[in-house]
Design a protein around this ligand. Structure first.
Ligand SMILES: Cc1cc2nc3c(=O)[nH]c(=O)nc-3n(C[C@H](O)[C@H](O)[C@H](O)COP(=O)(O)O)c2cc1C
Length: 218
């Protein structure tokens, strides 16, 4: 027996909770995409849902940049290749072979590219809540990305987060204000194959730990 919904607030029943759990389990980082385009207007609809995310002081500091220009996309891919080669060179001898075998971005195949930045000093919100923790602005943008990730998956669409990029270089490549800070570069499209296990776990790079390892009690 859950709480009775108040007036017009929706109730969420056990079926919904099971579906919601499925959504969380099947939300995976996707790097292997089909190349089919997303239907017109779908990205905008998903971004409207992403904007329902919480934000510090209701500042909504996320800034979305849809990248369609093939020349800019190619420069982003080259920037990723550069950073990924450096990351490979920094791997230990034991890990380098496995790292080299990982697919860490779907930049070539994904039909939709979206850069997410944070505005470090938005007028909206009048500074509420971020005096001692200015990083809460970036956390708010992350909350929007997570909301987008779930909303996309609910439509059968996958999202892959690419962070192997130099933020300052990305501001130049995408011609956005110099003080915006890159939070994530997202590849979006239909997954080649949905999965309920993280690809890095399937590739034996890392495995998920039980809650007991991260929950402290005081
Ligand atoms: C902040 C952040 C940055 C990430 N950057 C990358 C990346 O550059 N390349 C990549 O392949 N995956 C990236 N990922 C995805 C993670 O590897 C992935 O979330 C993790 O392995 C767990 O897998 P899952 O998302 O399928 O549960 C990133 C995820 C987060 C949250």
């Amino acid at each position: 027996m859950g709480h009775q919904p108040l007036s017009n607030s929706p109730g969420f029943d056990a079926d919904f909770r099971q579906h919601f759990r499925d959504l969380l389990v099947w939300r995976r980082d996707v790097r292997r995409f089909r190349t089919d385009k997303l239907p017109d207007g779908l990205l905008e609809r998903l971004l409207d849902l992403a904007c329902l995310a919480p934000s510090v002081g209701l500042s909504q500091p996320w800034r979305f940049v849809r990248v369609d220009d093939p020349v800019r996309r190619e420069s982003v891919r080259a920037e990723f290749e550069h950073c990924n080669a450096e990351a490979l060179a920094a791997q230990s001898l034991e890990r380098a072979g496995l790292y080299a075998s990982l697919k860490l971005a779907g930049l070539r195949e994904a039909p939709c590219h979206l850069a997410v930045f944070v505005d470090p000093d938005p007028a909206q919100g009048a500074g509420l809540g971020r005096r001692t923790m200015p990083e809460t602005l970036a956390y708010s943008a992350v909350a929007a990305i997570q909301t987008l990730w779930l909303a996309a998956r609910a439509e059968g669409i996958g999202l892959g987060w690419v962070s192997i990029l130099r933020p300052a270089v990305m501001n130049g490549l995408l011609d956005v204000p110099a003080d915006w800070r890159l939070v994530g570069y997202l590849c979006i499209g239909y997954p080649a194959e949905p999965d309920d296990v993280p690809e890095l776990e399937r590739a034996h790079w890392e495995h998920r730990r039980p809650l007991s390892e991260v929950l402290l009690e005081r």
